[in-house]
Each structure stands twice: as C-alpha cells, then as structure tokens.
Write a protein that binds this ligand. Structure first.
Ligand code: HEM
Length: 508
C-alpha cells in the first residue's frame, strides 16, 4: 500500500517537474552543463571550478544568442556577442533592474551595509564632483604614490628587492584611493587600511554563506510557471547572523565617524568655502548629506562602499599590468620614452597622464585580456517573451574580449594595439582606456557603466607610470607571467607571485 502511494507521489513529482519545464520559457534556453533537476547541481559545482571553459563553450556555441548555466541556487542566462551586449545594455530600467539583481546576488544589505544600499547617494558624487576634480586631485595622487612606493619598496643602491605583488599593490591602491576619499592623515592610518583591504574578503564570506542558504531555507513563492525561490526572505533569517561585514563596518565607523562628524561641523560653521577645506570625496559626501538631511552613519557607510567598489577592482587591474611588465621587460623601454617625454613638458598633471597614449593602451589591453569577470552585469530582465522575470542575466566578458570578430589575434597581448589606432583622428576617443563599447566591457557598458573609471584610469596610470620611470621590474629568475586564477566567474591575477624591484638604472 505504502509502496503504491510512494510510486504515485513520485509519478506526480516527475509530472510536475515535466509540466513546469515545458511551460517555463527559461527551460527553452539551451543549457551548458547538465540541465535536469538535481543533476544540474553537478553543473553548478563544475561551474565553480571550470567557469572559463563552460563560458567559452557557451559563447562559441550560442554567439548572437543566449545560453543558461546552473548556479547553486538559480539559473543564470548569459548573453553572447557584441549585438547581444548592445541589446542587454539598451533594455530600459523598468524591464530590468541592475541594482535589484545585484542585490539579489550580493545581498548587500547583509554582506555590506543596509542603509547605503537603499540610498546609494555616493554614486552621483563619484560620477560628478570626483570626476570633475581629477585635475586638481592629481598632485595629491602622485604625492601619495611617491610616499607609498618609498615606504613599501625599500630599495638600496642597485640591489633588487623581492616583494609579494598582490599585498603590495593592494596597499598602494588603497592608500592612494583614500588620499582622494578621506585625505591626510587618515589615508595613512594602517588600521583603516587593513579594514578596507580585508573588507572584500568579509563581503565574499557573507555571499558564500548566503549562496547556500536557499537550498536549506528558501521559501518557494508561486509565479506563473510554478514556484520560484524567494532568496530575500531566506537571507533575512540568516543575513543578520553574518558577523564579518558588520564587524568591519563597526571598526571602520570607530575611526571614520568622528572625522565625518568633525567635517560636518566645519561645513555647517563655514559653509562651502573655507581656507582649509579638503578637496576630497568625504567633503563632497558631507556637503550633499547636509543638503539632503542625511546622517553621519550613512556617510560612513558610503565611504566604506566606495572603498569596496574601488579597491579590489583597481588592485586586480594594476597587478595584471605589473605582471605583464615584469614578464616582458621589452615593453618598458617604449613606455619609459613616452612617459619621460611627457613628464618633461607637462609634469605629473592630468593633461600629461592624458598624453600617455602607449600607457593608456597598455592598461586597456591588459584589462581586455585579463578582465575582472567572466560574466558581467547581473540584471533582472522581464521582456515578457524569451526570459522570464526574475532571471539573472549577464554578458560573457571573456568571450567578447577573445572574439576574433572584435580583435585581431585576440589571444595575444599586444600592448600598443589601441595607441596605434589613435593616430587616426576619428579613432582617438574610441580606443581610450575609459571608453566602453559592446566590444569592450571590463567597466561594463551603458547606463550602469562604472562611474569611477575616470578616477581609476588616472590613478592606475599614475601608479604604473611612476614605477616605470623609477624602477626596473622582473619576476624572480626572469620567470614568466603566472596564469590567471578563475574563481567562479571572477578572474584574478595569481595571488602568490613575487616581483623583484630595483631602482631604475639610468644610462649615463
Ligand atoms: C580598474 C578599476 C575598476 C573596474 C575594472 C571597475 C569595474 C566596474 C564594473 C564592471 C561595474 C559594473 C558596471 C556594469 O555592470 O555595467 C562597476 C560599477 C561601479 N563602479 Fe567600478 N570599476 C573600477 C574602479 C572603480 C572605482 C575606482 C570606483 C570609485 C571611485 C568605482 C565605482 C563604481 C560604482 C559606484 C559602481 C556601481 C554603478 C551603479 O550601480 O550604477 N569603480 N565597476
């Protein structure tokens, strides 16, 4: 009797899965990896370890269209090819919500900080005052680069020193960014630097834990093709228990809140113009917060989130560039010639940095070939036809950047491929480091393209220019560039490599 009931229940379950799959348009999208219930988890585990191969396989098979790939708790739909990248970024906000989907995946409220997620007022300050003030900020950026290189790369005479690349670049980037975000002397507070450098790991730990939550706890809500898991509800139970980010925010706040409150008092007392008014992100955030009646706590959160979006991406990008230089010293000479010549006429200015075309091309090419992510731009799409609402979508960045239709010999690192094209006047803007297009998406593309990329480009070009004119670099024993590490769909430079530095040997 029980066996019969068991068979009937099993048959009902199988029929339910079958009908659901037939009705849900998501399942008409081709899958890379196993697609059937339960077995698809194998695909999710495979994706965690072989994302690069699976994304490339999907790109090659479905270019000009989309495919789906299994994550632990959902399917993601990947758009492939230039035309699809264009289509994805053109979809209006009422059909797809960039922020909504990022929130769905990252669960910022629990992994970062709640208030600033619902009120990300820092984005307009990064897009506006920070970008407009880059020329005025450049001397401070270069001063901080100079101070951190002297402190962190202790060279003597013509001796080589060997240093772990990633921690070094993280420290330099973080100091330089914070010279612009919070100014002196706070940007050199080593406790603060440790908190913001480790914050990426704190957030990642929270995300990792939450990605398992839905399997155990996610309530299912009805939608038109059956049931969909509601991750926010599940995360609401577990999110507040995650300790890492809350602890980091608390420690960051202990240091930053008194500084922010002091800046608030000064601005309330003196207004916008006063002699020692520091020209930094924090000042503009405070001015905006006062105008809109926002709290010191929100400003503190905005500063932590600005660090989060800026430092990890910038560290990855500058480390990739450093690895190319250390592995191929033959690129150093042409870059040095260009930088030395520009510095002679323009000095360390924004105009000068803008004239370093070869360097610009080098950074753009390094980011094309390495990138920071294999997929990009998680969006909730509801076009009502092909992809059901609530589906997570992304663009295949690595596929796009390694596509022969977009780039000549796409797998080759050709550092000056973009600067060579800029000699044609009509092509000058198109090939700049900061210019995004459906063929070039390391900074995203369209409405939500990275608003910090103008700052990042100036900062990172200044860092790389500084070490090219001041140091010789190589891998120990003249070794090769270590391969990149794929972490799910994130692409990061080898985390353990060491680089040798010595003071530049000038030819007399
Ligand atoms: C090389 C360094 C950087 C890279 C590769 C990078 C890349 C990205 C990417 C891919 C996105 C998502 C865009 C999209 O999906 O279309 C993004 C968003 C964002 N980035 Fe960057 N970024 C960098 C540096 C920075 C810096 C230095 C800042 C701050 C000063 C910053 C602030 C932001 C913000 C606020 C967003 C969210 C924009 C929004 O929600 O509309 N980024 N970045």
């Amino acid at each position: 009797m029980y066996a019969v009931i068991g068979y009937i229940l099993f048959a009902l379950l199988v029929s339910w899965f079958y009908v659901r799959r037939r009705l849900d348009p998501l399942y008409s999208i081709p899958a890379v990896g196993p697609s059937w219930p339960l077995i698809s988890y194998l695909g999710a585990f495979k994706f965690a370890r072989h994302a690069r191969e699976m994304l490339q396989e999907g790109y090659d098979k479905y270019k000009g269209s989309v495919f789906r790939i299994s994550m632990l708790d959902r399917w993601a739909v990947i758009f492939c090819g230039t035309a699809m990248n264009e289509e994805l970024q053109k979809l209006p906000d009422d059909q797809m919500s960039f922020l909504g989907a990022v929130e769905e995946v990252v669960q910022h409220k629990y992994t970062i900080a709640e208030e600033v997620v619902s009120d990300p007022f820092h984005i307009n300050i990064i897009r506006g005052p920070l970008t407009r003030n880059l020329a005025a900020l450049l001397p401070a950026i270069v001063d901080e680069i100079d101070a951190s290189f002297r402190e962190l790369i202790p060279t003597h005479g013509n001796e080589w020193v060997t240093i772990s690349a990633v921690p070094l670049m993280a420290r330099i980037v973080c100091r330089v960014s914070n010279r612009v975000f919070v100014g002196m002397p706070t940007c050199r507070n080593s406790e603060l630097l440790d908190i913001v450098i480790n914050f990426t790991r704190d957030v990642a730990k929270g995300r990792f834990m939450l990605s398992f939550v839905p399997i155990i706890l996610k309530p299912q809500v009805p939608f038109k093709f059956g049931l969909r898991p509601l991750s926010d509800e599940a995360c609401r139970l577990v999110g507040p228990l995650l300790p890492w980010s809350r602890r980091a925010l608390k420690q960051f706040s202990v240091i930053m809140k008194p500084v922010v409150e002091d800046r608030m008092r000064q601005i309330e007392e003196h207004g916008k113009e006063w002699a020692e008014r520091p020209n930094v992100l924090m000042t503009w955030l405070v001015e905006e917060a006062i105008r809109l009646g926002k709290s010191a706590d929100l400003i503190v959160q905005a500063l932590l989130v600005s660090n989060f979006v800026a430092n990890h991406t910038s560290t990855i990008s500058v480390t990739h560039a450093l690895y190319h230089l250390a592995a191929s010293p033959e690129y150093i000479q042409p870059l040095r010639e260009e930088i030395d010549a520009v510095l002679k006429t323009e000095g360390w200015t924004k105009v000068g940095i803008g004239k370093m075309w070869k360097l610009d091309s080098f950074m753009r090419e390094s980011q094309r070939l390495n990138g920071i992510s294999g997929t990009l731009k998680d969006v909730t799409l509801s076009d009502g036809t092909l992809i059901p609402a609530g589906t997570l979508c992304g663009a295949a960045a690595a596929g796009t950047h390694h596509d022969e239709e977009n780039y000549n010999r796409p797998h080759l690192f050709d550092p000056f491929r973009f600067s060579d094209k800029r000699f044609d006047e009509d092509e000058q803007v198109k090939h700049q480091y900061v210019t995004t297009s459906p063929q070039y998406i390391p900074f995203g593309h369209g409405r939500h393209a990275c608003p910090g990329r103008f700052f990042a480009a100036n900062e990172l070009k200044a860092v790389v220019a500084y070490f090219i004119v001041n140091y010789d670099v190589m891998f120990p024993g003249g070794g090769e560039r270590p391969g990149n590490v794929w972490f799910g769909s994130s692409v990061i430079p080898d985390q353990t490599a060491q680089i040798m530095f010595r003071k530049r040997q000038r030819i007399k």
